[in-house]
Design a protein around this ligand. Structure first.
Ligand code: SAM
Length: 346
């Protein structure tokens, strides 16, 4: 709907929009009025007192090709997340073993045609093929090729978009000259780090599919001015380049505690004195209650079998066991799901 209105920067009436797409004129008008009531559209009076609708600054976030668009997030919430949540009763009754992780499996097995064919609700969900208990593969699996993959990446960028400055400026990172952004998706954070700290050399280390998408589909127009390079690799298996700072944004929640500990221990050995790890996650509050978005995302991860959220104390204790003497954390505000933790090697 918003894409179609955006195609008319001069504004469009409900009747004309309905006519163009063979929609019901009266229902279209009622929907547009409701959207205008939320400030997503502005309604002005045109010739003959006909209502003309324009997209507002806020409404732009509903247009699918606007950078930071929420379109993918809304789609995934309405089509998948709500479905996952309705699976929770089965999950708690049957436990991990009996549960079919439909959300992930349906992501994995869709070749993208569903995005083009319309009513996804009516398409049967495929049987899961996800290896049981293999959390890191969930992430790799979501990177399956096709439209779905691009949509997943767009969602990651859109989630971070409003908070990009808060994330890169939470700690003063100007002293770190070599940074590896591990599991950095399309490189959105790497590019923002490089823009904010021009002396910083950033390596985006990701699984091969993600690197391909980053290079081919998500490179920003100012890429040539940035100091960002790409490296294909699995951080749990492949060598990780030397650096003074390793950043993991929304990555380690996929991994079991044992794997995180092995990885952090390895990085602690590699780091020079004063080097650091920055973990960005949506943290649970003490006693694991709140903030509400963190608990909701934790439930989502439970239904996806894709890891779990943890508290500051849990991450602090893992990092301490791995030898990091200093640990600090900046909690986000209530709406954001990006909490920043920094562990420094003495
Ligand atoms: C939730 S996404 C976060 C992406 C990005 N950091 C962000 O915050 O938008 C998790 C990313 O971790 C990557 N990933 C998962 N396991 C990995 C591994 N073992 N090595 C490297 N990257 C991994 C996935 O490919 C995926 O892009």
């Amino acid at each position: 709907m918003f894409d179609k209105i955006a195609a008319h920067p001069e504004g469009i009436s409900a009747a004309r929009l309905a006519e163009q797409h063979s929609w019901s004129p009266s229902y279209t008008a009622r929907l547009l009025d409701a959207q205008a009531s939320f400030g997503l559209l502005k309604k002005t009076l045109g010739p003959d007192n006909i209502g003309i609708y324009h997209i507002t600054e806020t409404g732009k976030y509903m247009v699918s090709d606007f950078q930071g668009s929420f379109d993918g997030i809304f789609t995934i919430f309405s089509k998948r997340v709500m479905k996952s949540m309705s699976d929770i009763p089965d999950l708690i009754k049957s436990g991990e073993e009996g549960y079919k992780a439909q959300w992930v499996s349906s992501q994995l097995q869709t070749d993208g045609s569903a995005d083009k064919q319309g009513p996804k609700d009516q398409q049967p969900l495929a049987e899961p093929k996800m290896p049981e208990g293999c959390q890191e593969k969930c992430a790799a699996g979501c990177m399956k090729s096709g439209m779905k993959e691009r949509r997943m990446y767009q969602i990651m960028e859109a989630l971070m978009y409003p908070y990009r400055d808060d994330i890169v400026r939470a700690f003063d990172l100007s002293g770190f000259k070599t940074v590896v952004d591990i599991g950095g998706g399309t490189g959105f954070l790497s590019y923002n780090l490089s823009r904010t700290y021009p002396d910083m050399k950033v390596t985006l280390m990701e699984l091969p599919k993600a690197i391909k998408a980053a290079k081919e589909q998500f490179q920003p127009p100012d890429f040539d001015k940035l100091n960002v390079s790409y490296l294909e690799g699995n951080c749990l298996k492949d060598p990780i380049p030397d650096a003074s700072l390793y950043v993991f944004c929304k990555v380690v929640h996929y991994f079991e505690e044992k794997k995180i500990e092995e990885l952090m221990r390895k990085l602690h050995e590699k780091l020079p004195s004063g080097g650091a790890i920055m973990l960005i996650e949506d943290l649970l509050s003490p006693m694991r209650v709140g903030q509400p978005p963190a608990n909701c995302f934790d439930l989502l991860k439970m239904t996806e079998k894709a890891g779990q959220n943890r508290t500051i104390e849990e991450y602090g204790s893992i990092l301490e066991r791995c030898g990091f003497a200093k640990f600090k954390c900046i909690r986000s505000n209530e709406e954001s799901v990006y909490d920043m933790m920094m562990a420094i090697k003495d």
